[in-house]
Every structure is written in C-alpha cells, then in structure tokens.
Design a protein around this ligand. Structure first.
Ligand code: C2E
Ligand code: CA
Ligand code: CA
Length: 750
C-alpha cells in the first residue's frame, strides 16, 4: 500500500495533473509508473503513447500539463520527435527521461532549448516531484489567474457581492504572489548552484512562471525567459537584446526607475512597481519588478537579475475594492466618504482659483411611499434612474454622490456666478419630475433641493454641508418639488428651534399642558357620544400654543413620548371624572403620533393609564393617521390587534390624505374612519371633494365601520353629509375645542 504523506493533497496541488507520456521503448515503463504512484498516490492522470505520429498529434491537440519522453536514445528519431513536440505545443513543459543520458545527448537537447533531461538512474520520487513542481507552479499560476479573471467579471456584474468577491480575489492573488515568490526562490537557489552550469539555470528559467530578465552592466539584455518575453510582449530576438526597462515604461514613470537602478548597480536589491504598454496588445500592464545584483564567482560585474510579475489583475481587483469602499453599490455614485473628500478637495481648489462652489443637497419627495407600496426592488430601480438623470444634468467635473436612502449631494466647482446653480437646480427639478417607468407603471415623483455656496455662505466643508441641509429642510417645508438657497435667516430659525426645544423640555418637567375637548355627535339625532382631546401648550410668554407648532418638533426630538403619555393620562382621568360626576358616558378620543404608535411599549402604557385612571377600555378611542399605519404595515396591524384585544377602539384620522388601499384597510381592526377636514371644507362647492367624501362613506359602510366627518363648520355641510349617509360629525358648527369645565355646561346651554 502506498504511503501518502499527511498533507499530500496540498502537495498534489503543485503537481501537473494530466501528464502525457510518450515512450520510445517499454523497458522502463514499470519503473516510471512506480515513481509516479509514489508521487501522486491515487491522483493524477497519465496517458501513455508509443512514439510516433499519433503521439505528436495527441500532444498538439490534447490538454496536458506536462509531457514526458521516456527512453529516448541518442539518435535522430528521438531528437526529431522532441523538436517536433516543442513546435506543436509550446505551452507545456517537456521532460526527457532517459536510461543513460550521455553528455553529448544532453548538450544537444539543451541546444534544442525546450526540455529538461534526467537520467533514470538518478530519479527518485523527490527529484521527480521537484522537477514537476516548476511545471506545476506554472499551471497553478495560470489557473489562479484564470479564476481571478472570472471572479473579476462576476464581481463587476454583481456589484453588491463584489466587495466580498474582490476580497477573496485579493486573497487568491496573495496566494499567487506567494507561489511566485516561492518559485523565484527556487530559481535563485538554482542560480547560485549554477556556477558550474549556466545552462542548467537557463533550463529552469525556461519554465518559470515568473519573468526572468538578466541584464548586463550596460542594461543590455543577456537573457530573457519566455515568460518575460510574454509579459513584455517582445518576441524578436534582436528586440529582446535591445530592450531596457527605461524604454518600456510609461514616459511619466521613467524618473521612478532612477533610484532602484542605481541601487542594483550598487549591489543592492530593490523592488518597484511600474507600468508598461504592451507592444502587441497596446494595453497598460502593471509590473512588479524585483531586481538584484548578480554575482559571478563572488564578483559583482554590474549585471542585474530582474524578476517580473504581471500584477495587472491584482491592480484591477485592488481598484475594485477601492472603488467599492468609496462608491454606493446601488447607483455606482460616490458615497458619503468620497463625497466628503471631494468637497474638501473642491474647497482647496476654490481657495486657489477664487471661483465659487455650490453644494446641492437633494432629497426625493415621498420616496418612502414608493418603497412601501411598490416594494424595494422598484424603489431601487427608481433610485438608479434618478441618479442617471442627475448625472445627465451635471457636468463631468461635478460630483454627484449618494449620501444614503433617497439623499443625494452635488458639488459644482468652478462657478462664475450663482446663476449657473439656479439653472442647474431648475434642470434637476424638471428632470426628476419626468415620469419614471417602473415595472410598467408611470411613477411621478419630485425632488427638494437645498443649496449653499462657497465662499458666500461658508468656507468650511462642515458648515457648507450644514447650510445646504438647512436649505433642504426649508425646501421640504415649503411644499417640496422646489429648490432653496441657504440664507442667514435659516441659521436664525435653527437657533429658534433649539430654543423652542429647550422650552418644550422645561414645559414637560412643569407639566405646562392642558387639553381642550371637542364634542363628537351623531348626525341623525345630535346625540353627543364622544370628545376628542386636543392638546395645548401653555407657554409663559406665548400663551396657548397650538399643537401644530410643537408636535412636529416633539416628534423629531422624541419628546412626544412624554407629552403623549401625559395627554393620555389627562384625557382618561377627565373621562373618568365626568363618569363619576354622573354625566352620560363619553368615549374619549386621543390622538397618537406615528412615533408613539410604533413604540414598543405602547400596549403596557395604555393599559397602565387605564388601570391608573379607572376608565373602562371601551371608553377610549385612539386616533392614528394613515401614514403612521403605512410606515410599517405588519407592525402596525399587530399593534392594532393588541389594542383591540384589551377593548380599546381605533379610528383612522385624516382619512383620504394618505395612501391606504382598500386591500390594506380590510386588514386593519379599526372601528372608525375620520373624513379629513380638507374634504369637508369645500364639500358644497367642490364636486371632487364631495365625491371623495361620499366614497369614504360608502367604503366605511361596506367595511362596517363608523364614519365621522371632521371640521364641519356650518349646517349646510352637516346636512349634506347626513344625506350622503355619514353617521357622525365633529366641528366648529357643533362645538369648538373647549376646556373640560365647559364641555357639559355648553351642551346644557344649547
Ligand atoms: P386633528 O387630529 O385633525 O384635530 C382636529 C383639528 O381640527 C384640531 O386642531 C381642531 O381644533 C381643528 N378643528 C376642529 N373643528 C374644526 C372646524 O370646524 N374647522 C377647522 N378649521 N378646524 C377644526 P388642533 O387642536 O389645532 O390640532 C391640530 C392637530 O394637532 C390635530 O389634528 C392632531 O393631529 C394634532 N394633535 C392635537 N392634539 C394632539 C395630541 O394630544 N397628540 C398628538 N399626537 N397630536 C395632537
Ligand atoms: Ca384627530
Ligand atoms: Ca383629523
């Protein structure tokens, strides 16, 4: 039984796996077979041929990693075959194994220049393995390169996964480099022991996977192995002799050669990377060159041994990794990191040229809704198309970056005046307003743009970014689909917002809030069955602050949780007090922000307040807006069921303004829809609004939901709604939001 060493698998990696053996006699067949088995174990594929035309054809057309000529005798037939073999297949190494190689025969073979010649007597598994290794290393190198190429292409195609691919690739390249370094070390050992026979070195060099280039003191070529000739793309003998590194590298890199060259001639080893242009392919190649002085018999005569490696593939994968680190994988645009770099560069340039720079921040309006309703692949496609449009609007010298989500930034350098930016912003607004064709649907979307200018607004990157962001915020606040230049007033406003936030925190500590209650009644008989609690902030200097002035800020800062909790407790306590005072039971409607609705502790919070105040759950109704529900449908539905299970009612507020579809609505365990005030306002004059209102009413009927119209201001509106089938209403016509003490007093008076 063959004793395969541990780790033999690794060893085999180095060996040529398909070997053609051409034999001129069968005297040593079994001996070679035995040796091969000792080297390979069960692995390897050996195809035997008797010398002749068939063998030559096989060599020409078959795919082999190595060919062995066994038992050739010194004589014309053997030599001719080898010569023929070396011309029909130049790719694979040829090895001659002879019974007794005479020096004369060896000399002839070496003259021929293509084969390694070994005497069978000297052959042991180790020697064989070592000889094969050169061939094997070369094969491995080629295979790794081929794999690398495949991975590169795949990497480019699948940008998302490319980063990992490219990293794996770089590891593969590192392995390749290690293999090559090993092969090179072997060659150097061979070179040292080649004092006696330079031809032996030549033979090793022939099959080396690295380029070997021997240069004399005058830089002239003494020897160039086939790999080096292939890398440098010079095949003519005379051209090879005349070639120097200086002549081959890009002119721009010529100066870099000086120092290493001087070092080599000074007896020092030195490495460098350079770029040459292939004479045949015309392509730029990156080479890794390791140079070392050559000593003959201990003396240095100024000759240099250069080892060459074509590292273009590695450079490419390095470039891909570099690209991925600085670009957004979805759109290929520069990412935030690169954007910041570019901005700093632009500012440095601006300082020198004195030209203006504009920074545009851009955000797609309501992009989230598209993502939510059409799915992420559609959203991705929209972002890609949008980024293409942005690139079309800008100049090549501008930077268009994706900062994340639907946020983009554009850096425009070299501006003569701000007017150019204005035109650009308009162009962008128009380009984005063009319908997008996504999954066969025409999608309309718009963009909001904020702009800051260097040096007018600021001369530092951080401030320019902050100002462009503020300007964007204003563009959004002003109804979107527009652009806004930064102005100092905005800075002022941010300061105001900060002060307001501070005041709001204080108000929460002091509980400076009160609730007003607006009656909700049945249109049929005017029976008041509920009240909506509406919060007011009692500000020490500004008086009663309406919710629209502070709820958005509270939502943005997270203060809404404290405020909401306080409101819920006050409203429930009030409803309980009315009950205890003997009033007819009133269902208390409390508004919930999207942020509150999505909070994980919503259920325990509501339960806690009901327990604490003693209000029966059925007497509490929570109003949530469509948009709160649409943000995360699954979570919203789960939260609604939780609330339903403890007996709390749910109403969808501002219905008609969001994106709910009937399909979704059916899944919501809600009890009521509130027709948004905006449809009620012009219900008499605007047929469209009237149509929407009646559609909501019939939708409510078909789903067995209560419908309540809000913002009813006069009797005509109320009558119209009643006739249209709307069951309930709320509005100034029936009662303004009022303090608790007035709620029943007013109704008693009426
Ligand atoms: P909403 O939930 O749509 O509340 C109805 C708003 O319409 C209230 O404004 C109310 O005063 C007003 N209103 C009622 N009847 C009429 C009418 O006939 N005509 C007109 N023009 N308006 C009418 P308010 O109190 O200023 O509240 C504004 C918004 O602030 C509310 O809109 C609600 O979204 C929010 N809000 C109010 N209180 C709270 C609260 O405690 N928590 C949360 N998260 N939001 C609240
Ligand atoms: Ca409401
Ligand atoms: Ca409403």
């Amino acid at each position: 039984m063959l004793n395969v060493p541990r780790g033999a698998g690794d060893l085999l990696v180095d060996l040529p796996s398909r070997v053609l053996i051409i034999q001129f006699g069968n005297e040593h067949e079994s001996r070679l077979n035995e040796l091969l088995r000792q080297c390979y174990g069960e692995a390897g594929e050996f195809i035997w041929f008797d010398a002749g035309d068939d063998a030559v054809i096989e060599l020409a057309v078959g795919t082999y990693d190595l060919a062995i000529f066994l038992d050739t005798e010194l004589g014309n037939q053997g030599l001719a075959s080898i010569h023929q073999a070396s011309t029909v297949n130049t790719k694979i190494p040829l090895i001659l194994i002879t019974h007794a190689a005479s020096p004369a025969f060896e000399a002839e073979i070496m003259e021929n220049g293509t084969a390694e010649c070994i005497a069978l007597e000297n052959l042991s598994p180790n020697v064989l393995r070592r000889i094969f290794r050169y061939a094997g290393t070369r094969k491995l190198a080629e295979r790794t390169l081929r794999d690398s190429n495949d991975e590169l292409i795949r990497g480019i195609l699948q940008q998302r996964e490319a980063k990992e691919d490219a990293e794996a690739q770089s590891r593969a390249n590192a392995k390749l480099a290690a293999d090559l370094a090993e092969a090179k070390a072997d060659l150097e050992i061979a070179l040292l022991s080649a004092k006696d026979s330079e031809q032996r070195f030549r033979r090793l060099a022939e099959h080396s996977p690295i380029g070997i280039w021997l240069q004399g003191p005058d830089d002239r070529t003494i020897f160039l192995n086939p790999t080096a000739a292939e890398i440098l793309e010079i095949t003519e003998h005379d051209d090879q002799m005349a070639a120097t590194l200086e002549n081959l590298v890009l002119p721009s890199e010529r100066a870099h050669l000086k120092a290493p060259r001087a070092a080599w001639h000074n007896g020092e080893a030195r490495e460098l990377e350079c770029t040459i242009v292939g004479a045949v392919s015309g392509e730029e190649k990156h080479l890794f060159v390791s140079g070392a002085p050559l000593s003959r018999n201990g003396d240095q005569d100024g000759s240099v041994l250069l080892s060459l490696m074509d590292i273009s593939e590695r450079k490419k994968s390095d470039a891909i990794i570099e690209h991925l680190a600085h670009h957004d994988s979805l759109t290929g645009l520069p990412n935030r990191t690169l954007f910041q770099d570019r901005l700093k560069q632009a500012l440095a340039l601006g300082q020198r040229t004195g030209k203006q720079i504009a920074l545009l921040f851009l955000d797609l309006d309501h992009f989230k809704d598209i993502n939510d309703t059409m799915g992420h692949p559609a959203g991705d496609q929209l972002l890609r198309t949008a980024s293409e449009r942005l690139l079309k609007c800008t100049r090549l010298t501008d930077t268009v970056a994706r900062l994340g989500g639907d946020e983009f930034a554009i850096i425009c350098t070299d501006l003569d005046d701000g007017g150019m930016v204005l035109t650009l912003a308009q162009r962008i607004n128009e380009a984005i307003a063009e319908p997008f064709l996504i999954e066969g649907e025409r999608i309309h979307i718009s963009a909001s743009i904020g702009i800051s200018l260097y040096p007018n607004d600021a001369d530092q990157a951080e401030r320019l970014i902050k100002f462009a962001d503020m300007a964007l915020y204003h563009a959004k606040a002003e109804g979107r689909n527009c652009y806004h230049f930064f102005d100092i007033g905005m800075d002022e406003e941010v300061r105001r917002r900060k002060a307001l936030e501070e005041d709001l925190r204080q108000a929460i500590r002091d509980e400076d809030f009160t609730l007003l209650y607006q009656p909700q009644l049945r249109l049929g008989d005017g029976h008041v069955y509920g009240a909506e609690a509406l919060v007011r902030w009692i500000h020490p200097s500004r008086g009663m602050v309406p919710p629209n002035d502070f709820i958005p800020l509270a939502e943005n800062t997270g203060l809404i949780h404290d405020i909401g909790h306080m409101v819920l407790r006050m409203a429930c306590r009030q409803a309980r007090e009315w009950m205890d005072a003997g009033h007819p039971p009133i269902r208390m409607a409390v508004n919930l922000s999207a942020v509150e609705f999505m909070a994980n502790d919503l259920l325990p919070r509501v339960k806690g307040v009901l327990d604490e105040t003693g209000l029966p759950a059925r007497q509490l109704e929570l109003e949530i807006t469509e948009s709160a529900v649409m943000a995360d449908m699954d979570k919203a539905i789960a939260a609604m069921h939780d609330l339903r299970n403890i007996g709390v009612s749910l109403a969808i507020d501002d219905f008609g303004t969001g994106f709910s579809s009937l399909a979704y609505l059916k899944k919501f365990p809600v009890q009521a829809l509130k027709i948004d005030r905006s449809f009620v306002q012009e219900i008499l004059d605007n047929p469209e609004d009237a149509a929407i209102a009646s559609a909501i009413i019939s939708l409510g009927h078909s789903l067995d939901l209560d419908v309540i119209a809000e913002g009813v201001e006069d009797a005509e509106q109320a009558e119209h709604l009643r006739l249209a089938g709307c069951g309930n209403a709320q509005g100034y016509h029936f009662g303004r939001p009022a303090p608790a003490a007035e709620f029943f007093a007013k109704q008693a008076a009426e």
